[in-house]
Write a protein that binds this ligand. Structure first.
Ligand code: GLN
Length: 478
C-alpha cells in the first residue's frame, strides 16, 4: 500500500518505528509531484532538501532517537508563507525569486515536528482570488476535472493534498481561501479562530482577517496538523495565549446532544440545488447520530460580501504599500545591481490586474472624503455580522452550512466578472469577519462527480468541538 494513502498519524507511526523510511516516502511524494506537474500546483519543489532531510530523519531514528508527530510526513506550504530553504513569491512577480531570511513560525513548527517540507504551492497573487487564476505563474487545475478551477486562493495546497502529492498542506484563509478550495477539491480545510495560529512570516493580505490553517484528506489528519501549528507565538502580537486542547482526541467524541444550527440565510437563491440537497443530507445524518438540529437566523449574512470587500481591500492597500520594488524581489536575485534600474524592472514586472483593482478600491474607501461612507460603515456592519454569530452561539454549539454555492466552475468562466468571482465566498466570508473557527469537509459529489463541501462553524477557540462534529460527519458519509 502506498504511504501516501495513509492518514497522517499512521504514516508518522510507521516512520517512527522504522517500518517505512522517510526516504522512501520522500521519493514517492516527489514522484507524484513530478507526474502531476501539469496541475501546476507547485511553484517550487525542494527536491534535494527533502531527500537530505529524509536521510537525516532515518539516521536519527537508526540512532535510537524518537521522531516527532509528523515524522516523514510530506507537507506542502502555500507560497505566502516564508521559508528559509525555498523562495517565497506569494504568487506575485513582484516578489519572484525573493528569499526570506527566516521561517514563518508555522513552518518552523512543522520542521520541529519532523515533517518533510516538499515545496511551495501556487496561489492567487497575494491570496486575492477564489479560483487560483490570479496567480502570476498560471492557474492551478482541479485534479477531478482538469478543465475546472480548484478554488482559491490556496488552490495549490488543496490540489497537492487532493491529488495525493502530499498528505497535508498549509494554506491561509482571509475570507475563504482554505475552506473554499477544500470544498472544491474534496479535502478537509480548517480556518482556525483569529489568533489561534501564528501569522509570523505570513505575507499579509488583510491583517484583521488572515489566518493560517491546514489541509488534509481526513479530519483527524487535519487535527494533527492543527495541533502542531496552533498555540501562542511571542513574535505575533495577535496570537492568543489560550491553551491548545487535544484536537485528535476531539475527533473520537460523540455528537449526541450537540446542537447544530442551520441558518436558512445560507440556503437562498444562488445555491446549487445539488449542493443544498447533499449538505442537508449530511446534516440529517448528524441528527440520526443524536445531534439536535435547530433552525437559526443570521440576517446580516447577505451583507458579508460587501463588508468584506471594503475592509479587505482597505487593509490590503495599506499592507501592499511596502512592495515598492526596492526592498523585495529582483534585488535579492541580483545583489549589487543598480537600484534605480532594479526599481524600474520590478515595477514593470508589477502587480497583476486583481491586485491593482484591490489597491485602487482600498485606497478609495480609505480616502478622506469617503472614509465614513465606506470604511467606517463597513466596520459597523462587521459588528452586526459578529452579533449574528454571538446570538446564534447562545442557542447552538455549531453552525452547518454549504461551503461554496457551486461546485468547481470551468477555468476562465469568471475571469472577466470580478463580482461573480467574489460571490464564490458568500458563505465563507461571515465567519472570517467574525473571527470564529470554521472548516470545510467533503460530504459527497455532484452528478458530474465534483466534490461538495459542508462548512461547520464554531465559536472562537472551539476548534475541538468543530472537529468532533466534522469527524462524525466523515464517519457517516463514508
Ligand atoms: N476569495 C477571497 C478574496 O479574493 C478570499 C481570499 C482569501 O481568503 N485569501 O479576497
Amino acid at each position: 500500500m502506498s504511504a501516501l494513502s495513509l492518514p497522517i498519524a499512521e504514516l508518522a507511526r510507521l516512520v517512527q518505528s522504522g517500518s517505512v523510511t522517510a526516504e522512501a516516502v520522500a521519493r514517492e511524494s516527489l514522484k507524484v509531484i513530478a507526474d502531476r506537474r501539469g496541475l501546476n500546483a507547485f511553484l517550487h519543489v525542494s527536491e534535494q532538501a527533502t531527500l537530505d532531510r529524509a536521510g537525516e530523519l532515518d539516521a536519527r531514528r537508526a540512532r535510537g532517537e524518537a521522531l516527532g508527530p509528523l515524522a516523514g510526513v510530506p507537507i506542502a506550504i502555500k507560497d505566502a508563507l516564508c521559508t528559509l530553504d525555498a523562495p517565497t513569491s506569494s504568487g506575485s512577480k513582484i516578489l519572484a525569486g525573493w528569499r526570506s531570511p527566516y521561517d514563518a513560525t508555522v513552518v518552523a513548527r512543522l520542521r520541529a515536528a519532523d515533517a518533510l517540507l516538499v515545496g511551495k504551492t501556487n496561489m492567487d497573487e497575494f491570496a486575492m482570488g477564489s479560483s487560483n487564476e490570479n496567480s502570476a505563474f498560471g492557474p492551478v487545475k482541479n485534479p477531478w476535472d482538469e478543465t475546472r478551477i480548484p478554488g482559491g486562493s490556496s488552490g495549490g495546497s488543496a490540489v497537492a493534498v487532493a491529488a495525493g502529492m502530499t498528505l497535508g498542506a498549509l494554506g491561509s484563509d482571509t475570507g475563504g481561501s482554505i475552506r473554499q478550495p477544500a470544498a472544491l477539491t474534496g479535502t478537509v480545510g480548517i480556518k482556525p479562530s483569529y489568533g489561534r495560529v501564528s501569522r509570523y512570516g505570513l505575507v499579509a493580505f488583510a491583517s484583521s482577517l488572515d489566518q493560517v490553517g491546514p489541509f488534509a484528506r481526513d479530519v483527524s489528519s487535519a487535527a494533527r496538523l492543527l495541533s502542531v501549528i496552533a498555540g501562542h507565538d511571542p513574535r505575533d502580537s495577535t496570537s492568543s495565549t489560550e491553551g491548545v486542547p487535544d484536537y485528535e482526541a476531539a475527533c473520537g467524541r460523540e455528537v449526541r446532544g450537540l446542537r447544530v444550527g442551520v441558518p436558512e440565510d445560507y440556503f437562498g437563491p444562488g445555491l446549487d440545488p445539488e449542493i443544498a440537497d447533499q449538505v442537508r443530507a449530511a446534516i440529517a445524518r448528524l441528527e440520526a447520530d443524536g445531534a439536535r438540529v435547530v433552525p437559526i437566523q443570521m440576517p446580516h449574512t447577505r451583507h458579508g460580501v460587501a463588508t468584506y470587500y471594503v475592509l479587505a481591500t482597505a487593509e490590503a492597500s495599506s499592507n501592499l504599500a511596502r512592495f515598492d520594488g526596492v526592498r523585495f524581489g529582483l534585488r535579492e536575485e541580483r545583489p549589487g545591481a543598480d537600484l534605480g534600474a532594479l526599481y524600474d524592472a520590478t515595477r514593470s514586472a508589477g502587480f497583476g490586474p486583481e491586485v491593482k483593482r484591490r489597491i485602487l478600491l482600498g485606497t478609495f474607501v480609505l480616502s478622506a472624503g469617503y472614509y465614513d461612507a465606506y470604511y467606517a460603515q463597513a466596520e459597523r456592519v462587521r459588528a452586526l455580522i459578529r452579533r449574528d454569530f454571538e446570538r446564534a452561539f447562545a442557542e447552538v454549539d455549531v453552525i452547518a452550512t454549504p461551503t461554496s454555492p457551486t461546485a468547481a466552475f470551468p477555468l476562465g468562466e469568471r475571469v472577466e466578472d470580478p463580482l461573480a468571482m467574489y460571490l464564490a465566498d458568500v458563505y465563507t466570508l461571515p465567519a472570517s469577519l467574525a473571527g470564529v473557527a470554521a472548516l470545510s469537509l467533503p460530504v459527497g459529489r455532484t452528478r458530474a462527480q465534483l466534490p461538495i463541501g459542508l462548512q461547520l462553524i464554531a465559536p472562537a477557540f472551539a476548534e475541538a468541538r468543530l472537529l468532533t462534529v466534522a469527524a462524525a460527519c466523515e464517519r457517516s458519509s463514508a
